[in-house]
Ligand binder design. Structure first.
Ligand SMILES: NC(=O)c1ccc[n+]([C@@H]2O[C@H](COP(=O)([O-])OP(=O)(O)OC[C@H]3O[C@@H](n4cnc5c(N)ncnc54)[C@H](O)[C@@H]3O)[C@@H](O)[C@H]2O)c1
Length: 404
């Protein structure tokens, strides 16, 4: 039997707790060597050290094989550099860095250390997307002509994260496209492996949650908003967090009392028209690959459902996939529906990525393999940052170039 690998977890928020839960369920594979978070409540039964700051965890010389970085986006870069310099393998939540320069510096640090940096791209580990990849590789729909990816974020999740939350102001992190859709760029890079992206262009805007659209009589916080105004507002914090419960997992205290207190005191109780936000609420990316294949990625806030749909068009058929199923429609022959079994959050990807990470750390891959793994993840960032540059400048970008 193998000994568990030991990890330091930096950031004990939603993602940090998800990875820690893996250790609780797979004690034979993963052991927590320490946790760092300034505000989180750590497990009462913890026998390992805990720190307030990630810097103190890494400076402690704690004996561990790897570090899991589940910190807010803007801390990924500094924490990853330090973890690599200290000789740890790293599981790094996305984004790798907040801009291309940070990403390049992380690559240089990875090359110097020879250690693994696995990015938290959970979707490619899900049974559904693994199966989809196999179906595509089998070539059953002939030559691909176009791929359409639609990411419906939902009006509630979008108001939560991109108006009131961590990604509301682009200058504080990466903006909505990089935050929400690097997963999709990662899938596109995976599907397009071996092809060259020749051009990237992108358009997007913030249409709704701007001060000039604030309803007449609305207050700056939902708790102060007149009931007749709140009633007509789909983004009302009481509706999103108190009446509906599907966003409650974002909060440390999801009880009714905890949610009411949160609405009264936290940034998540602010009016979405008074958040000082500038993140887009919808964005489209167009990519041209060699041979004329086109890829379209659409990110939309104003949907009822939270969903991802992918449509592949080929010269001999179509494939349509969503979060639950894959439908293969050959022009000659019968359509086929595939519904891979999925367990757990992110379609099972949260668990599967940890299983792969543990295997990789045990295997201790060569420095060259570690660089290749990071390079594939960086490619998705390169394309996403190019798309953002296109949106800012109005130019069509050379898909082989480096973003500014
Ligand atoms: N792979 C995915 O599917 C996925 C999904 C959601 C979020 N993410 C990414 O994971 C990261 C974390 O997201 P989250 O939703 O868990 O956020 P979160 O806010 O719930 O957790 C972040 C934690 O970091 C802690 N923290 C802040 N400063 C710190 C410091 N100096 N030292 C130690 N801890 C510190 C915060 O107190 C918080 O508990 C983000 O970068 C996000 O983009 C990835």
């Amino acid at each position: 039997m193998n000994n568990p690998i030991k990890v330091l977890i930096l950031g004990y928020g939603i993602r940090g707790r998800t990875y820690a839960a893996y250790a609780a369920d797979h004690a034979e594979d993963l052991e927590i060597a320490g946790l760092a978070d300034p505000v989180a409540t750590f497990p009462a039964e913890a026998t390992y050290p805990t720190w307030k700051r990630w810097e103190d965890a890494l400076a402690s010389g704690a004996k561990a094989d790897a570090v899991i970085i589940a910190l807010p986006d803007h801390l990924h870069y500094a924490a990853c550099l330090k973890a690599l310099q200290a000789g740890y393998h790293v599981l790094l939540e996305k984004p790798i860095g907040c801009n291309w320069k940070e990403c390049q510096e992380i690559r240089a640090a990875q090359v110097a250390s020879g250690k693994l940096v696995l990015t938290g791209y959970v979707l490619r580990y899900t049974p559904l997307f693994k199966r989809l990849h196999k179906v595509l590789e089998a070539g059953v729909i002939g030559k691909l002509t176009s791929v359409h990816v639609l990411v419906e974020v939902s009006y509630g999740k979008s108001a939560h994260a991109y108006c009131r939350g961590n990604w509301s102001v682009e200058a504080n992190g990466t903006g909505m496209l990089v935050n929400k859709c690097t997963h999709d760029f990662d899938l596109i890079v995976w599907w397009m492996r071996g092809r060259i992206c020749e051009k990237v262009s992108s358009f997007g805007a913030l249409i709704e949650c701007r001060p000039e659209n604030k309803p007449e009589g609305a207050a700056d916080r939902c708790k102060d908003c007149p009931p007749h105004v709140r009633r007509k507002c789909p983004f009302d914090a009481y509706k999103l967090y108190y009446e509906h419960t599907d966003l409650r997992y974002h909060f440390a205290d999801p009880s009714d009392a905890g949610i009411l207190k949160m609405i009264e005191t936290s940034p998540y109780g602010r009016c979405v028209y008074a958040c000082g936000n500038d993140s887009v609420d919808h964005q489209t990316v167009l990519m041209l690959y060699d041979g004329g294949l086109t890829v379209t990625l659409e990110m939309e806030s104003f949907s009822q459902r939270r969903a991802r749909t992918v449509h592949f068009y080929g010269t001999r058929g179509e494939i349509i996939a969503d979060d639950e199923k894959i439908v293969v429609i050959p022009f000659l022959g019968d359509a086929r529906r595939i519904e891979p079994e999925q367990h757990g959050h992110h379609g099972g990807g949260d668990r599967e990525i940890m299983t792969s990470f543990v295997e990789l750390v045990r295997e201790n891959p060569s420095p060259e393999r570690c660089t290749a793994i990071l390079d594939e993840a960086l490619e998705s960032h390169r394309l996403a940052f190019l798309a953002e540059e296109s949106r800012y400048t109005g130019r069509t970008m050379d898909g082989r170039s480096d973003p500014d």
